[in-house]
Design a protein around this ligand. Structure first.
Ligand SMILES: Cc1ncc(COP(=O)(O)O)c(C=O)c1O
Length: 443
């Protein structure tokens, strides 16, 4: 049963002043440069764009900060969301419990089913993605597996991009076949996808930009194809974040995130979230309840805190990423840089059309293959050698020893990962210091 949400968005737009346009840094394509905080008034009749998916006349950052919170204009109220640190909730009498069991009231009963702190996180992320609802989970993989299992059953077929976070790929490769679910993979350009559809095909799953080579899928094209064949669409929006693209507005059904990454933003929790309409989120919540991948309220608190600063962090990370990618592209020891903000990237045009910025992630191939890539990773001083992404510290990692371990040469080739590929997650440090570190590590 879906838990009730007792704290509502109580916003007073006039309190926050008039339009205060602010634009992302130079990493943003000129075509998509637009106001970050479009404080719309009630009178504006222009249809909401992807960037302005605001309800209540508020922009995305305002919603990230205020959506889902309790009324906070009274005396002695806490400004910050409370952690409702409980596994279970009281009822005042058995009649109320009976009503809960019969689905007649939506009280919180037990944190695996829902919890007020989790609900605040869900409201914020749903608002950021422009969706009706969201369900938080214990990790990105909990959100991804529960969402896929809410859609698929034994006998169904799934089409997915081959370029995926390795954990998602291994779930599809190693686990789904045991449950009678067949997975077919396509390249990000969706070439040949028509041939993969049959009467059993139930869903289309994509990741864009992809991990780790930053290829893009045309979201609108994928959504149109899925609609034609009545497929449910799921997308991993972890790399882009809701700051840079909102797939729901482009026709997608379910958006999943590893909220461990940019949404929480500080490399201190595991978290996941699934976003979509109320009906799909009801089904995903049921799966979380059955499989037990629910979020802890303490993690929800840190996720809420992270989401409030998501916009400014992504803005800064995009700026750093563009500077670093430009530096690396000119470096004689670098074979190739995979960053959609560079004109040399095969999906640069699509990124300029589809995203509001080019993101905080990149990869590059070091000349000299694996030994040279290892030497580079062993020499960085400011960048940290660590898995994961989206935090405040800049990180480097070799995908073949992390997300893409346990994959054959053929599988790696298919997704464009070479042993000398280094993945970079941009943090918030000063870009000059990051470039100095790269220089010395590549020497
Ligand atoms: C794109 C992407 N999706 C999903 C996941 C899985 O998330 P989690 O580690 O939070 O389970 C990751 C983790 O690295 C990821 O990079």
């Amino acid at each position: 049963m879906e838990a009730s949400f007792t704290y509502d968005l109580q916003l007073k737009p006039k309190t926050y002043g008039s339009s205060r346009g602010r634009q992302f840094g130079g990493c943003f394509s000129s075509r998509t440069k637009r106001t970050l905080l479009p404080m719309k008034t009630e009178k504006q009749s222009k249809p909401a764009t992807q960037a302005e998916h605001s309800q209540n006349g508020l922009g995305p950052q305002t919603k990230a900060i205020h959506a889902g919170e309790a009324e906070r204009h009274g005396v002695n109220g806490p400004v910050v969301t409370e952690i409702i640190r409980t596994s279970t909730f009281t009822f005042s009498n058995t009649e109320q419990m009976k009503e809960w069991a019969e689905g007649k009231n939506k009280a919180y009963i037990y944190t695996r089913y829902g919890n007020p702190t989790l609900s605040v996180a869900e409201k914020k992320i749903a608002a950021l993605e422009g969706a009706e609802a969201a369900v938080v989970a214990a990790s990105g993989m909990a959100a991804i597996s529960s969402s896929l299992l809410a859609v698929l059953k034994s006998g169904d077929e799934l089409i997915s991009t081959a370029q995926l976070y390795g954990g998602t790929y291994r779930l599809m490769r190693d686990v789904f076949p045991n449950w009678g679910i067949t997975v077919h993979h396509v390249q990000p350009d969706l070439g040949g996808i028509e041939k993969l559809v049959n009467a059993r095909t139930r869903a289309l799953y994509v990741e864009t930009p992809t991990n780790p080579t930053l290829r893009l899928v045309d979201i609108q094209k994928a959504a149109a194809f899925a609609k034609k064949h009545e497929l449910v669409t799921l997308i991993d929006n972890t790399f882009a974040t809701p700051v840079l693209q909102n797939p729901i507005a482009l026709g997608y059904d379910i958006v999943v995130h590893s909220a461990t990454k940019a949404l929480a933003g500080h490399s201190d929790i595991l978290a996941g979230v699934s976003v979509g309409n109320t009906e799909w989120m009801g089904k995903v919540r049921q799966m979380i309840i059955h499989l037990g991948g629910s979020m802890d309220p303490g993690a929800a608190y840190l996720l809420i805190r992270g989401v409030k600063t998501l916009g400014v962090r992504v803005e800064r990370q995009c700026e750093n990423a563009m500077a670093v990618a430009t530096f690396l592209e000119k470096h004689p020891k670098v074979e190739r840089v995979h960053y959609p903000g560079l004109k040399s990237h095969p999906d640069h045009q699509l990124a300029s059309k589809q995203m509001r910025g080019f993101g905080s992630m990149m990869a590059f191939d070091v000349k000299g293959g694996l030994p040279a890539a290892r030497r580079f990773c062993d020499r960085v001083r400011l960048f940290l050698l660590a898995a994961s992404l989206g935090g405040v510290e800049s990180l480097v990692i070799l995908p073949i020893y992390s997300s893409h371990y346990n994959m054959s040469d053929e599988e790696l080739k298919r997704v464009g990962v070479s042993p000398g590929t280094v993945r970079v997650s941009m943090g918030l440090e000063d870009k000059e210091d990051l470039i100095d570190d790269l220089k010395q590590a590549l020497e």
